[in-house]
Design a protein around this ligand. Structure first.
Ligand SMILES: [Zn+2]
Ligand SMILES: [Zn+2]
Length: 424
């Protein structure tokens, strides 16, 4: 089914501010449909999908009618899943699956966790999909099998978006509560110890059968699936080389001969500690995430679509260098989904208050596919490498760039399979 015939849902008013007759007819049709699904009703009441109620309460038909005319529908509710309409998936196999799955109301949007890009009104559920991507899209062909740990983590997360904070709590879900409280922790710089104490008190004040997590550690464990990967790589004390790739298992520097690890204190069973360490945040998952999220996926083709004005430069696409690149690499330029990146680095002092001189060098990458009002925003400047201090790496900076450059070369030579949500 296409949703184009439901565009009336978000055209409540006409240009001169009157109620659109098409909308009034549509609302009647909606109510008629909702009343034909007794399994989704509470007696003669139906869930109100207006902007204010957001499906949270069951109301009489007249009230729902009035709410919809005054306030309009919740955003993105093209598919009336909360009122008994089956979730339409992209293949007929899935449609069949959903039909059989839509028995229980809680399972309606769940559908086993597949294809929720369209018509899903749970933004946290969307967040999980954006974060994890659609890697598990086809999971469920063999339902008897235990999911692998990664898939299990994904399903745990997905379930937490629909798990009520306590039975019959309609306003708070487990994941949304955790996300909000973690946000407060990070904005307020609350220490882990204090945070755990606040949580302890909070859990005591909730009903006994609540689903709130009891510690910061367990919260992190639950939402870990949303995070991006990070690698720690040992390096030579004065920055001659990385213990990475073929040199992963060396114990001393190939060039200056200095040891890799700090000497162990005898008789203590301690882990080996390297003299110096760099952080590398893999680039590919971040780029894939840009295509997995509906918010960004279509913008990733902006560079090819936007209109250029002669003599005005608003974006690197307007520059001669960009055009020259397109002329020299025609194969690359022909697909607008290929990614152009900008790389920049600068030194900064993380401990500016102390008298000790220490500077580290973050390396940032920006996708220039995005329009100017996005590519200069913090959210799209990807921290990819942190070159450790205490001094400027100067000409040795290329040592620290190795993991990144190798990855970029692979992307250039072979590319990587990615799910583009805007083109499906
Ligand atoms: Zn309402
Ligand atoms: Zn060295």
């Amino acid at each position: 089914m296409s949703f184009s015939d439901r565009s009336w849902m978000y055209r409540r008013l006409t240009a001169d501010g009157f109620i659109n007759p098409e909308f009034v007819d549509g609302v009647d049709a909606f109510i008629h449909y909702a009343c034909s699904q007794p399994a989704y009703m509470d007696g003669s009441k139906i869930r109100c999908p207006c902007k204010k109620c957001k499906h949270k309460c069951f109301l009489f038909i007249d009230e729902v009618h009035l709410h919809l005319l005054i306030k309009g529908f919740v955003p993105n509710y093209f598919q009336w899943t909360r009122h008994g309409e089956p979730l339409i998936a992209s293949t007929s196999r899935r449609t069949e699956e959903h039909k059989t799955m839509n028995i229980n109301e809680n399972d309606v949007e769940d559908g086993g966790g597949r294809n929720l890009a369209e018509g899903s009104e749970n933004s946290y559920r969307q967040m999980v999909h954006d974060g994890v991507g659609y890697t598990f899209d086809n999971y469920g062909e063999n339902v008897d099998e235990e999911p692998n740990p990664q898939a299990k983590q994904f399903f745990d997360l997905l379930q937490s978006t629909d798990r009520e904070l306590w039975p019959n709590c309609e306003t708070m879900m487990q994941l949304s509560s955790i996300a909000r409280i973690l946000n407060i922790k990070s904005e307020g710089h609350i220490s882990e110890r204090s945070f755990d104490k606040i949580l302890e008190w909070y859990n005591e004040s909730l009903p006994v059968d609540h689903t709130m997590v009891d510690s910061f550690y367990n919260m992190k464990k639950l939402i870990r699936g949303l995070g991006l990967p990070m690698e720690k790589i040992d390096c030579c004390r004065i920055g001659c080389m990385l213990y990475w790739g073929d040199d992963m298992n060396l114990d001393q520097c190939k060039f200056c001969g200095q040891p890799r690890f700090k000497p162990k204190k005898i008789s203590i069973k301690q882990k080996l500690v390297p003299w110096k360490l760099m952080y590398y945040f893999p680039l590919t998952p971040k780029l894939q995430r840009l295509y997995a999220s509906e918010v960004t996926a279509s913008h990733m083709r902006w560079h090819a679509k936007h209109e250029q004005e002669d003599g005005v430069m608003t974006h690197p696409t307007d520059a001669l260098a960009w055009k020259h690149f397109n002329d020299t690499h025609v194969d690359f330029a022909v697909d607008s989904r290929n990614i152009r990146l900008g790389l920049s680095m600068d030194g900064f002092q993380p401990f500016s208050q102390s008298s000790q001189q220490y500077s580290s060098w973050p390396i940032l990458i920006t996708p220039y596919n995005l329009p100017p009002w996005m590519c200069m925003k913090e959210a799209y400047m990807f921290l990819t490498v942190i070159v450790p201090g205490p001094t400027n790496p100067k000409q040795k900076v290329d040592v620290f760039l190795q993991p990144l450059i190798t990855k970029l070369q692979q992307l250039w030579d072979y590319g990587v399979q990615t799910y583009d949500v805007s083109k499906k």
